[in-house]
Design a protein around this ligand. Structure first.
Ligand SMILES: Nc1ncnc2c1ncn2[C@@H]1O[C@H](COP(=O)(O)OP(=O)(O)O)[C@@H](O)[C@H]1O
Ligand SMILES: [Mg+2]
Length: 391
């Protein structure tokens, strides 16, 4: 089955598309990646997303504009992916949409809102669309996150020791696969969220992120600010847990800076990179991780990567590319995989990661131009992800 996965994370920098041929062969889920592409959000839409995210309040008119605008932007990318990656032929689109609100109260997730109406994608491509993948897990008492865990668990299954996969998006999430125990997956805290917020703030919006970690690299970690930031109760809370930009946003950072003033913006950036490195390393140490496979935009920040390496001597650090999952396409491929599981009647959630009562079938299905025809449900779930002849 040829599947297109569409993803935009909490950084809302770009819509990522990845396509793959997927097939169940006994214990293995065989994936042949067909390539990926990334399209920045149109400026107006990105500004609308930025001005609507918490702690801002949004009207229902704004929600409708976002739902349509994001849906149309995803549809444009899906059409490009169909043409450029799939030779014009695919069976399914899987769309994560854009998270606009991940509603956490006392550690429990009450709801999670991804916008980007799938009807636009179905209309533009003619293909059925699986979307809204987090909702079923939330309804089953889970965090609805991290959903990339299924791909991580299948991809790490063959590795020795205690391997873990780390994605450095706006938020950092980790999946740990230790032999003889259920897999663990949770958000460790902010990856780029606060760094991006700081850069936008210090440059008056002229820059969106700390390119190649230049500012963090030129700054010095401020121990007092780091202590204030590490004081957040989130880090001490046991998994399952998830977080988002409802919590880690600019006013949050400004409050920390008020408690521990730092005069030099580059020092703030260095301290925020250290915050990510320390919280990631704490999570790795707590679970005995021996090898850490990194993906996401933060993998392109050499200062952040160096700090993580320094925090974790003896832990092998690598990129998800080594597993055949390009570091910048892993999440889009992971969602393609989840939609594929859904239409084959297989659960995509991992309850030991999300904390749900059971492993749910994920998502809502929007029909394409043809009547909806689903494969016969598979008789057993895959145990391992095998990646073949990608390009
Ligand atoms: N060259 C780079 N140097 C430093 N940071 C980078 C670089 N490229 C991307 N990033 C960071 O990665 C983020 C996007 O990562 P991504 O994996 O797309 O996150 P998300 O899934 O939250 O959208 C950017 O906002 C930026 O902070
Ligand atoms: Mg992104």
């Amino acid at each position: 089955m040829r599947v297109i996965g569409l993803m935009s994370g909490t950084s809302y920098d770009a819509i990522e598309a990845a396509a793959a041929d997927l097939e169940l062969r006994g214990e293995a889920l065989v994936m042949r990646p067909l390539g990926h592409l990334s399209t920045p959000y149109p400026d107006g839409l990105r500004d609308l997303i930025a001005s609507s995210l918490p702690p801002a309040e949004a009207t229902m008119r704004t929600v409708a504009r976002l739902d349509t605008g994001i849906g149309q932007a995803f549809a444009d990318v899906a059409v490009r992916a169909l043409r450029e990656l799939c030779g014009g032929r695919a069976d399914l689109v899987v769309s994560h949409g854009q998270t606009m609100y991940h509603w956490v109260e006392d550690g429990a997730v009450r709801g999670t809102l991804q916008l980007g109406r799938p009807a636009w994608i179905a209309e533009a491509t003619g293909l059925p669309v699986v979307s809204d993948l987090r909702a079923n897990d939330v309804a089953a008492g889970g965090q609805g996150a991290p959903l990339v865990a299924m791909t991580d668990v299948l991809a790490l299954a063959a590795l020795p020791g205690v391997p873990a996969a780390l994605n450095l998006g706006g938020i950092a999430n980790i999946t740990v696969v230790a032999p003889g125990t259920e897999p663990l997956a949770f958000d460790t805290g902010p990856a780029n969220a606060l760094m991006d917020a700081a850069v936008r703030h210090f440059t008056g919006g002229a820059a969106q992120y700390d390119q190649d970690g230049r500012r963090a690299g030129a700054g010095r970690v401020d121990p007092a600010l780091l202590r204030v930031l590490l004081d957040d109760a989130y880090y001490g809370r046991p998994a399952p847990k998830s977080t988002g930009k409802e919590h880690f946003h600019l006013p949050y950072l400004l409050e920390a800076l008020a408690a521990a003033p730092v005069a030099t913006p580059d020092d703030v950036l260095a301290t925020l990179a250290a915050l990510t490195a320390v919280t990631v390393a704490d999570a790795c140490r707590a679970h005995g991780v021996t090898r850490l496979i990194v993906s996401g935009g933060g993998a392109r920040n050499p200062v952040l990567m160096r700090m993580i390496a320094e925090e974790l001597p003896g832990v092998g650090l690598g990129s998800s590319d080594e597993l055949g999952l390009p570091y910048d396409a892993k999440e889009a491929l992971a969602f393609a995989l989840l939609g594929f599981l859904t239409v084959n009647g297989l659960p995509g959630a991992i309850p030991s990661g999300t904390g749900a009562r059971r492993a749910s079938l994920l998502g809502s299905i929007t029909p394409g131009r043809e009547p909806l025809r689903l494969p016969e449900p598979a008789d057993r779930p895959p145990r391992v992800l095998r990646i073949t002849g990608g390009r």
